[in-house]
Design a protein around this ligand. Structure first.
Ligand SMILES: [Zn+2]
Ligand SMILES: [Zn+2]
Length: 260
């Protein structure tokens, strides 16, 4: 009897489980290492917040992270449907590393702008409480805050993958690398600890990258620092929280006693 492909539902369930286990293993490991293992050693790196992390917050973050995984699996299902029905432009064959790097850079830049636009819109006073408020219930952010989003927000932030998969000759590897970069950036931004060196904000190009301090300020102030990977769009539209660089430098000098 000829082998038939497994039903799409099984593939998606498998995808959901792999995604959940891999992501939670990474997030959990980082949490244990930074938040629990040697708190005294990392005390100077801690970014203070006006609220303290607790069990109730962790439970809510885990529930909404599961919602994000389910929505992400639905998008993966859409991409698989495009592939199976011959409607996808994705490149499945191996491609040169420069092509993967080029597409990765382009997708990260696009995602940075896409996220900034939606994030700023979801902060509009008329919309905020319906969707994005879920993410902002976490004030003392930690690695488990990274994917705690309302389902609508998870959908909006990730839906670009469907038209991209339908019309762009994207190498599959580039999508994987972009997901890994996104995961790393998200966990770093919600670390609640700043480990980057103080010279970062003195080096051209590097100074425009997102940091844990930058995103923690977003969670404590609410009205600025909307960027995902970079400070570029916040600088361009004048939405950067004033005093960000000073706050970042304070950490390196061990003066981070209160939230800025
Ligand atoms: Zn926000
Ligand atoms: Zn956040």
């Amino acid at each position: 009897m000829a082998d038939s492909p497994p039903p799409l539902a099984w593939v998606l369930l498998h995808n959901l489980l792999v995604q959940a286990v891999a992501c939670l293993a990474l997030v959990g490991t980082v949490f244990l290492l930074v938040w629990r293992w040697d708190r005294e050693r990392f005390r100077g790196h801690r970014i203070p917040a006006p609220a303290r992390f607790g069990r109730e917050q962790l439970g809510r973050e885990l529930r909404y992270t599961l919602v994000t995984f389910v929505v992400g699996t639905s998008s993966a299902g859409g991409v698989m449907w495009l592939l199976q029905s011959g409607r996808s432009a994705l490149v499945m064959e191996p491609v040169p590393a420069w092509a993967v790097a080029g597409w990765t850079l382009g997708l990260v830049a696009f995602n940075d702008a896409w996220f900034y636009g939606w994030h700023r819109l979801l902060h509009h006073p008329r919309l905020f409480r319906y969707v994005h408020a879920v993410h902002h219930k976490s004030v003392d952010v930690n690695p488990f805050s990274s994917y705690a989003f309302h389902g609508v927000e998870s959908f909006l932030l990730g839906i670009w993958i469907l038209p991209a998969a339908a019309w762009l000759p994207l190498p599959l590897a580039a999508i994987g690398v972009v997901q890994l970069i996104g995961l790393g950036n998200n966990v770093m931004a919600h670390l609640g600890y700043e480990f980057l060196p103080r010279w970062l904000v003195r080096v051209p190009v590097l100074r425009w990258t997102n940091t844990a301090t930058f995103h923690s300020l977003h969670h404590t102030r609410l009205n600025g620092n909307y960027g995902l990977h970079s400070r570029l769009w916040d600088r361009l539209f004048g939405t950067e929280v004033p005093g960000y660089e000073e706050a970042f430098l304070q950490r390196a000098e061990g003066k981070y006693r209160r939230y800025p």
